[in-house]
Write a protein that binds this ligand. Structure first.
Ligand code: SF4
Length: 378
């Protein structure tokens, strides 16, 4: 997950179950069809106290959150509103879905409960269906587009979230134009990465495809510049903002939300809390007790943040960032995050370059800066 948020983010996994089996999925236990009991959500909210301040975003996420069912969200919304009224806080709900289960009733729920919606879609059908498949092996593009169409009929144009694979970079223009031609006004993209339950990517482990990847960035960034009126591309907006900040202040250093203590927390259906990277949830990591720092059914978030387990992970994260600061020329642009990728690729948090940060930071900034200089647009 790569995002910039101004308010704390609490990611809640009401279930790890997913009705799909996408090739690059990092979520473990996605065949386990259990969900967070409504009574436990009440306990979890009560235990947040004011640790996240008086305003935060609660994002329903992975596996497929809609498989928890409509009655779950009706009950959850009532619990959240009661929590807001009793504590004087504001909770903004959002939900990331694969889009295949959306129907009219879901759209009414999203509107009534003011839930922001992001839909995962990888571009045109051939690119999407290559990886985003049902358990039967059938591609899901058609059903996702049907869901998006329903959302639009209910007045919602969801943000698109796409995974970029080797096949995507071979079809840069086709991929980018799909989103513009199909009326999406917001796009985020994650480059396929090794983390948690996903042990390999189409890019492999070497730098074989780096030149092709750079060409993809150059081509799609140029398309973005020409289409900014129509579509906001999260990654390119962030890159441009960072370069503008540095132009104003050469000492500017990026500090991603993911590196700030307490800014992003994930809670799974059992109440376990994971700090920093949501991709730590459910990870096999005995040395860090699976990156859990406590359980919100038993303890307050304030106490969990102060626990010994949290202190150990905070310390490891600080050392991870410090290592990047001292060794990487791109630290100013990056902030030294990519914690779950470091753990997956190096087996610990203290390594520096990963395939993900090479593509997401190093090549992306090099390509954009090179293009802006060539075009004298900087
Ligand atoms: S680009 Fe990679 S190695 Fe460099 S600071 Fe970021 S995470 Fe660390």
């Amino acid at each position: 997950m790569r995002r910039r948020v101004a308010i704390p983010l609490l990611i809640v996994q009401p279930t790890s179950f997913c009705n799909l089996d996408c090739r690059y999925c990092y979520v473990p236990n996605r065949e386990v069809n259990d969900r967070l009991p409504g009574a436990d959500l009440r306990l979890i909210l009560e235990n947040i106290n004011l640790a996240l301040g008086d305003e935060f975003e609660l994002q329903w996420h992975a596996g497929e959150p809609l498989t928890a069912g409509k009655s779950f969200y009706r009950q959850a919304n009532a619990t959240i509103r009661a929590f807001e009224a009793s504590r004087g806080v504001r909770v903004h709900q959002s939900l990331q879905t694969n889009g295949t289960l959306i129907d009219d009733e879901w759209c009414e729920i999203f509107n009534e409960f003011e839930i922001g919606i992001g839909v995962s879609i990888d571009g045109p059908q051939p690119l999407h269906d290559l990886n985003r498949r049902a358990r039967s092996g059938r591609g899901t593009h058609q059903s996702v587009m049907r869901g998006i169409d329903l959302l639009r009929r209910h007045g919602r144009n969801p943000a698109a979230l796409s995974v970029v694979t080797l096949e995507t970079i071979r079809n840069a223009e086709l991929w980018f134009n799909f989103f513009v031609d199909n009326g999406f006004d917001r796009l985020g993209f994650n480059i396929e990465e090794i983390e948690n339950a996903n042990f390999a990517t189409s890019f492999g482990q070497s730098n074989t495809y780096d030149a092709q990847f750079r060409a993809f960035i150059e081509e799609t960034f140029a398309l973005y510049l020409r289409n900014q009126e129509k579509i906001d591309v999260r990654e390119y907006r962030n890159v441009v903002q960072i370069l503008q900040e540095i132009r104003k202040n050469k000492d500017f250093r990026r500090t991603p939300e993911e590196a700030k203590k307490g800014q992003i927390s994930t809670v799974d259906r059992l109440g376990n809390v994971y700090p920093y990277s949501p991709e730590f949830a459910g990870i096999y990591a005995p040395a860090f007790n699976g990156f859990t720092i406590g359980n919100l059914k038993n303890d307050s978030l304030n106490d969990i943040f102060k626990s010994e387990a949290a202190a150990r992970i905070d310390d490891a994260i600080s050392r991870s960032v410090e290592r990047c600061r001292s060794e990487c020329a791109y630290f100013q642009l990056c902030g030294g995050v990519f914690f779950s990728n470091k753990f997956a690729e190096h087996g610990h948090l203290y390594g520096t370059e990963t395939g993900t940060c090479r593509r997401s930071v190093k090549i992306m900034f090099d390509a954009v800066i090179g293009l802006l200089e060539t075009q004298q647009l900087a």
